[in-house]
Write a protein that binds this ligand. Structure first.
Ligand SMILES: *Cc1c(COP(=O)(O)O)cnc(C)c1O
Length: 378
């Protein structure tokens, strides 16, 4: 099999989506699956939809194009406010977009009119993350301007937390968003179909004690893909944290006496690593590097220590080693490592449990003598 590769277990993405959708559904909150970390990979988007996501959201038009080219027809919302230079594509490929600039909304409207379409507008409200968003005091004014335009329809409002600031939303901020929605409808009438509370960092709030009020949508990427809550990094409930595995190949092994003599050319702390000190260790060189992923976001297998990485090499040290050149080492990735690796041209994406290819189901652990295969009952 080709290396380096990312193995994606689509059944785990489906089940993770199902788990959050089932828990949020009774609260009146629908799940929008966010595919930006996987560059709009269509099979992964489809797995989210199969698991119960009501639609998909993307930050980049190129990724939306990829979804559409693969035949995905569900509603796709652009969650990064559109570039003025891309309003044509935004109207063409997306049902709706998150917006903060009236000039951009006006440009979307004029493209929509020329294409005889209606483009949905969700106004992003700034609630403390200090990234994109309209200040609450300006919201009603902008909403009224949008309502006067043809070609666009005001679909809802949304907020975003913990992306730039890394601070999770509080119950009182969420209550404020609900109040803003009510106040806005007081001015504009009952027009807000969507009140989108935020991203994966909202899950502790949504699944917590207090009521979720008017919030009826969450945009979830990391929680579905990696099974963790972004602020704490903690696993969520029974979610799978190993839907993605990065596999790299050993290209050199060498037993070195310990401690391995290190010449500290660059005496900065960043270059110091803790390595095992007992017994002889083996240094492995793998064919993967900074060019491919965020090395600091990799979880190494037990018994391995990271020595360092360069653009194309990863050096690890292991205590007892049976690896040879050609052996494979498997890593789990955090969100940043995943995001970079999915965009790396040299990394193959290998889909497991893809309903379209009906390949044999993966069996965990030792299973040399058993293979579970799909049986066609029809
Ligand atoms: C990235 C992003 C999300 C999804 O964030 P996760 O932490 O992956 O769930 C949702 N909304 C917006 C606006 C985003 O930029």
């Amino acid at each position: 099999m080709r290396c380096p590769r990312i193995e994606v277990d689509l059944s785990k993405i489906r089940r993770n989506t199902k788990t959050v959708a089932r828990r949020l559904g009774p609260l009146g909150i629908g799940v929008t699956g966010v595919t930006k970390a996987v560059c709009g990979h269509p099979a992964i988007g489809q797995a989210m939809l199969d698991g119960g996501a009501l639609g998909l959201a993307e930050a980049r038009i190129s990724n939306v194009q990829r979804l559409r080219q693969a035949g995905i027809t569900c509603p796709v919302t652009l969650i990064r406010t559109p570039m003025l230079s891309q309003v044509d594509e935004v109207v063409h490929f997306c049902e709706a977009s998150y917006n903060t600039e009236i000039a951009v909304i006006a440009a979307l409207a004029s493209v929509a009119i020329s294409k005889d379409k209606i483009h949905g507008i969700i106004l992003m409200v700034e609630m403390g993350d200090q990234r994109d968003g309209i200040l609450p005091e300006n919201l009603a004014d902008i909403a009224q301007q949008v309502m006067k335009m043809t070609g666009v329809v005001l679909k809802g409002i949304g907020a975003n937390f913990a992306c730039l600031s890394g601070v999770a939303p509080t119950a009182s901020q969420m209550a404020t968003l609900a109040t803003l929605a009510n106040e806005l409808e007081g001015v504009c009438g009952p027009v807000l179909k969507t009140v989108s509370g935020g991203n994966s960092a909202n899950l502790p709030w949504a699944l917590g004690e207090q009521t979720t009020g008017r919030i009826n949508d969450l945009r979830l990427g990391e929680a579905i893909l990696l099974g963790v809550e972004p602020v704490s990094g903690d696993r969520i409930g029974k979610m799978h944290t190993d839907a993605f595995t990065l596999v790299a190949e050993v290209i050199e092994t060498e037993t070195k006496p310990t401690p391995f003599p290190i010449a500290l050319v660059d005496p900065t702390l960043a270059r110091l690593h803790i390595v095992p000190t007992s017994g002889a260790t083996t240094r492995l060189i793998l064919a993967i590097g900074h060019q491919d992923t965020d090395i600091s976001g990799l979880s190494l297998p037990v018994g391995c220590a990271l020595i360092g990485a360069t653009s194309d090499h990863l050096v690890i040290e292991v205590n007892r080693c049976t690896m040879k050149p050609g052996s494979e080492v498997r890593f789990q990735m955090n969100y940043k490592a995943l995001m970079h690796a999915m965009a790396a041209p040299d990394i193959e994406v290998k889909l497991l449990n893809d309903p379209l290819t009906k390949q044999p189901l993966q069996i965990q652990g030792k299973s040399e003598h058993l293979t579970l295969v799909w049986k066609n009952l029809a």
